[in-house]
Design a protein around this ligand. Structure first.
Ligand code: BES
Ligand code: ZN
Length: 424
């Protein structure tokens, strides 16, 4: 064995001539690989695990991301910013009365704590907790029981607080517990419970029900970092296209699909584009503290928006039927550009609208932004969002589409003449 060695160049030539290697790849066109991206998911979600804003896991992830971008040859900055750190120390919900029992609960992120003895009160169910759901209901001093869905957790809690409620318990509209964010510290304490427990309490409160809710939580200002790798434009270096995704996770979840998947795909785009010049500057930005309320992207936009002409956000791209392209609805042109790019790349996409991720911070500032997403998996925000939840082929597809879109966005628009290689 091994006696008949073939020179590598000959082998390469042979493969090319029989079409085993696409010519474009051999010439250095960007070719992302699902396997390389998946290795990042394994490191971020498998080795590091949860990456909660302001905690050690998030910092470890930032160092890993910075090291990767440096390895591809990009200068890297850590853009630090302050955010409202939150940590739930203990959460208890108890049914009182003749048959007392404990109900498993989680703090909604950024909930204000209760007094240390907790809050004891009658329970009043308020449907989804919209303003109209309160008609004919008195909730002053009560613990309000609301179902998840239709409006945000924050809106439910604001509506309850405005009517004098003492605390809010939100039950899930599907199996298990999902504890989302309130986006800023709430006026009254708010916790999440499962759908099954919610339905049982809904029945029980019809005959009168008292409960106790106790939340011990830390609120403080902390500092964290967005990781920024810069690929300087060859023609219009002052015009910047941002390609990003958040790298933090919610507490207790390894965040493989949400959002090691987007983070890994951004890294893979960065690797594939490393040797390919772009007329405009491209910045690869991995955002921190998204899960608490888009704080990383908001800080980036507040402090570093100068020159940013467009943004592409990848969040949850590792699971689901088909890639979706959209944004909050402010700028349809960039969505159309993505649909065209997908067509050119032979990738099937559907359009959708969503705001609950970092592109929304850019759109709020009037910057055209695009959201690439693949749908919500059953393990969303749960301890089971592990690397096996993510399909490497989906990461590759997300990276391919991102590259096609970025190459389009990184060319100055018509009316802005380009002469490659000449800075102006
Ligand atoms: N990855 C999700 C956003 C998401 C989920 C977008 C489902 C589209 C469909 C993100 O990390 C998240 O959980 N966002 C928060 C809201 C945000 C304003 C902090 C959410 O959806 O609860
Ligand atoms: Zn996310």
């Amino acid at each position: 064995m091994g006696s008949s060695r073939v020179p590598l160049s000959l082998l390469l030539g042979l493969c090319l001539s029989v079409g085993l290697i696409p010519l474009a790849a051999a010439q250095g066109a960007p070719v992302p690989a699902g396997a390389s991206a998946y290795a990042h998911v394994q490191h971020l979600a498998g080795t590091i695990g949860p990456r909660v804003a302001g905690m050690a896991g998030e910092r470890q992830a930032a160092e890993y991301l910075a090291a990767q971008l440096r390895q591809y040859g990009y200068p890297v900055e850590l853009h630090s910013f302050q955010f409202p750190f939150f940590e739930a120390r203990s959460v208890q919900v108890q049914v009182l009365g003749a048959a007392p029992r404990a109900v498993v609960a989680q703090a909604l992120l950024l909930t204000t704590p209760t007094p240390s003895a907790g809050i004891e009160a009658d329970v009043v169910a308020v449907g989804l907790g919209r303003p109209e759901d309160y008609e004919g209901r008195r909730v002053t001093g009560a613990i309000v029981l609301a179902e998840r869905g239709v409006i945000t957790f924050r809106e439910k809690v604001v509506n309850a607080a405005a009517r004098g409620a003492a605390a809010v318990v939100v039950y899930n509209n599907q199996a298990g517990i999902v504890a989302g964010t309130l986006q800023q510290r709430s006026e009254i304490p708010a916790v999440a419970i499962s759908q099954d427990d919610g339905r049982a309490l809904l029945d029980a409160q019809r005959g009168g029900l008292r409960m106790r809710v106790m939340v011990d939580a830390v609120h403080e200002t902390r500092t964290t970092v967005n990781v920024v790798g810069t690929k300087r434009g060859t023609v219009r270096p002052d015009e910047i296209v941002v390609v990003g995704g958040h790298y933090d996770s919610v507490p207790r979840s390894p965040g493989a699909n949400d959002n090691a998947s987007g983070t890994a795909s951004v890294l893979e785009v960065a690797r594939a584009l490393a040797s390919i010049p772009t007329p405009r500057t491209v910045q690869f930005v991995l955002f921190a503290a998204e899960e608490l309320g888009l704080f990383g992207s908001a800080a980036f936009v507040a402090e570093r928006r100068q020159g940013v002409v467009a943004m592409v956000n990848l969040d949850m791209v590792g699971w689901g039927e088909r890639l979706m392209v959209g944004n909050t609805g402010r700028d349809e042109a960039i969505v159309e550009l993505a649909v065209q790019a997908a067509q050119g790349a032979g990738i099937q996409v559907t359009r959708f609208r969503a705001g609950a991720s970092d592109h929304a911070s850019f759109e709020r500032a009037g910057i055209p932004a695009l959201f690439l997403h693949r749908g919500v998996d059953p393990d969303y925000h749960r301890p089971t969002d592990v690397p096996s939840n993510v399909d490497p082929r989906h990461l590759e597809e997300a990276a391919r589409l991102t590259i096609a879109v970025v190459q389009e966005l990184a060319r100055p628009r018509s009316g802005q003449p380009v002469s490659a290689g000449m800075a102006d």
